[in-house]
Design a protein around this ligand. Sequence first.
Ligand SMILES: [Fe+2]
Ligand SMILES: [Fe+2]
Length: 209
Amino acid sequence: MATTTKSPASKTATKTAPASATKTATKTSTSKTATKKASGMTGKMKDSEFHEFFVDGLKDIYWAEKHLSKALPKMKKAATSPELAECFEKHTVETQEHIARLEQVFGLLEEKAVAKKCEAMEGLVKEAESIIEETDKGTMIRDAGLIMAAQKVEHYEIASYGTLKTFAEIMGHTEVVELLNQTLENEKATDVILTEVAVASINEPASEE
Ligand SMILES: [Fe+2]
Ligand SMILES: [Fe+2]
């Protein structure tokens, strides 16, 4: 994602003409940054490109969470083992909390809570659906497949929240950092639980089917 966004600095760098002018240009941009920092006008600014980029990321994960909240009950229904079904049920409730937290984040930033389609989450949910279609009901192979799909989802969420939290930190949005971190920790814990369920009661019986 980062590679597609040119910062104003890189635009200026591309335009740089004579080599003799480089030193002066660098000096100017450094002093501008210093002035911005001194007055607290860094990426916090609502109209800054970085702020917009951050909010775009929030919109993406907001859509992803909403989409996932509809998929998780289907995954619960499809699961063979009660342990896995319980895990999906628990995470459905937690996902609602993630959605509510993101709405709080939008509120703190004085931004509208808008969901922007997340192609990645759409693809990951499709993958879970095809596992349900391609495996037999009541088998442990289905559960092993569902765990694989669910862990891919959790890892996507971990990557997203990890980055967004770092962005919020750099902009000094302390309350937002705390909210994003709560969800991040829950996604990490969910990933660990899924591994534990797989090891304790799914993988072995699945390998014997
Ligand atoms: Fe989530
Ligand atoms: Fe999750």
